[in-house]
Design a protein around this ligand. Structure first.
Ligand code: COA
Length: 258
């Protein structure tokens, strides 16, 4: 049995962390199951991924503390490397990703949400990096992604103090894009996914590639990434279709992913 359930509805694929009895805590098996779920994504038909957690309490309450408790430094390095590998794969996955954070997103849960392109959350969501209360650092990208999202000063405050932030504060500091009542969270994520799915898929993927690459580059090199992705779009049918539709005043163009 897999700890990750995949549910495809048209162009949207929802990946559900399914270990609710332990608040979807991430052990090596959950990481492997996430990776296998990504392997199985049909890039021809899926246009957006949504990540969420099973149950009503948690998106994911972190890396599995019981599994980590007796690790040697070498085993800890391998676990951190694996988590970082899978989350980096999500971050660079060639489709847009939305985290629908339905409750606790602590430690590895917060890190998983931050590896996604966009974060929506429920009013019940709680974010945080509590690792220093356990005698460790974040291990799945938290020391790197939180500061890129909310700025160095706020990220250091949150990580050093291990203070959790509730949904309204997460919205205020830019950790999430929007907050919804619990029952409206998944519909809102799907609505956003469906809106993205209507746009030219190769262009959306090119935007993600240019933005991901550019954020770590000096501006002169970053704009080169944009020039490359922009010009690449002119090799696609969808560019011709999209521009012809505009010029002939045709509405609701259907893109073909070619
Ligand atoms: N790793 C392993 N097990 C975890 C876990 C984690 N990160 N988070 C929760 N669990 C387990 C609990 O041990 C408990 O298991 P049990 O029923 O066998 O005792 C079960 O999930 C339910 O959690 P519980 O603590 O009883 O729920 P709660 O509502 O009282 O508290 C939290 C919820 C999220 C505040 C609390 O579970 C917590 O602090 N979890 C750890 C968060 C953390 O430090 N994450 C970073 C890890 S690096």
């Amino acid at each position: 049995m897999s700890y990750v359930t995949s549910l495809q509805e048209g162009p949207l694929l929802t990946l559900i962390l399914n270990r609710s009895e332990l608040l979807n805590a991430l052990n090596a098996q959950v990481l492997d199951d996430l990776s296998a779920a990504l392997d199985a994504v049909d890039l021809d038909t899926v246009r957006c991924l949504i990540f969420t957690g099973a149950g009503e309490k948690a998106f994911a309450a972190g890396a599995d503390i019981a599994a980590m408790a007796d690790m040697t430094p070498e085993e800890a390095a391998a676990f951190s490397r694996r988590g970082n590998e899978v989350f980096r794969r999500i971050e660079t996955f060639p489709l847009p990703t939305i985290a629908a954070v339905n409750g606790y997103a602590l430690g590895g849960g917060c890190e998983l949400a931050m590896a996604c392109d966009m974060r929506l959350c429920s009013e019940t969501a709680v974010f945080g990096q509590p690792e220093v209360t356990l005698g460790i650092t974040p291990g799945f990208g938290g020391t790197q992604r939180l500061m890129r999202l909310v700025g160095m000063g706020k990220a250091k405050e949150l990580i050093f103090s291990a203070r959790n932030v509730k949904a309204p504060k997460a919205l205020e500091i830019g950790l999430v894009n929007a907050v919804y009542p619990p029952e409206e969270l998944l519909p809102a994520a799907k609505k956003l996914g469906a809106r993205i799915a209507k746009n030219a898929p190769i262009a959306v993927r090119a935007c993600k590639a240019a933005m991901n690459e550019g954020i770590d580059l000096p501006m002169d090199e970053a704009v080169d990434a944009e020039i490359r992705e922009f010009s690449g779009c002119f090799e696609t049918e969808d560019q011709k279709r999209g521009m012809a539709a505009f010029l002939s005043k045709q509405k609701n163009v259907e893109f073909e992913n070619r």
